[in-house]
Design a protein around this ligand. Sequence first.
Ligand code: SAM
Length: 217
Amino acid sequence: MEPEFWQQIWQQNDIGFHRASEHPALVRYWPHLAEGMGGPVFVPLCGKSLDLAWLAGQGREVVGVELSALAVDSFFQENGLTPQTSAVDAFNQYRVDGLRIYQGDFFALSRRHLDGARLIYDRAALVAFPSDMRRRYAAHLDALFPGPARMLLVANSYPEGQMDGPPFSVTADEVERLYAGNWRIELLERRETIDEHPGLRKRGLDSFISEVFLLEK
Ligand SMILES: C[S@@+](CC[C@H](N)C(=O)[O-])C[C@H]1O[C@@H](n2cnc3c(N)ncnc32)[C@H](O)[C@@H]1O
C-alpha cells in the first residue's frame, strides 16, 4: 500500500486493526520470544499499538517505526506520555524513557536505528502489504538483522478472492518462502477466528485463520 493510503486511514480513523488491549498472542508467547535473548524489541509498523506499552512494561527497551504522525502522536497522548522529539536521518524520533518511535518509512530504517535489538514483534505488519511489497518488507527486515535474532510473527490467512486487503492473506507456505532462507520457522498456533472479527465477515470473509510463528536466525 502507498503511504497516502495509510495517511488517509489514520485521518479517517478507519483503524479496525487497532486493539483496545494488548494482543493475547504477545502475552502468551512473550516467554518464547524473550527466552535467553536480552535487549530491545523492535516493532515494525507499530501504529499506536498498546503492545508497545506492554513490552516496555516487561522492562525491555522498545523501538517502533510508524509512517503516520497522527498514529504516533495519538500513542503518546492516549498513554499520558510526553515524548521528546528530534529529527534523526529521514525520521522524526519520538522518545520517552525506554521507548522510541521513528515516525517515517520502515524502508528507510537501517541497523544503526535499532539500538542493537535482536527481538522483533510483527503483528499486522507483514500482512499490511500486498505481495510484491511483502517480499521487499521481508528482505529489508532480514537485512536489518544480520546476526542472531528472533521474531514473533502474528499473521493471518483467508480464502483467496473473498476480500481485498489489508489485511492481506499470508499463508504459512508464503511465510516459509519469504523467510526460510535465513530463519528457522516454528508454527506456534493456528486458529479459526472469523467469529472474533464481525467486520471482516461483513467484508465477505467466511474464514479468518490467525497464525502465530516464532522465527529464529
Ligand atoms: C495494519 S496496521 C498495524 C499497526 C500495529 N502493528 C497494530 O498491531 O495495531 C499497519 C501500520 O503500518 C503503518 N505503515 C504502513 N506502511 C508503512 C511504512 N512503509 N513504514 C512505516 N509504517 C507503515 C500504517 O500507518 C499502519 O499504522
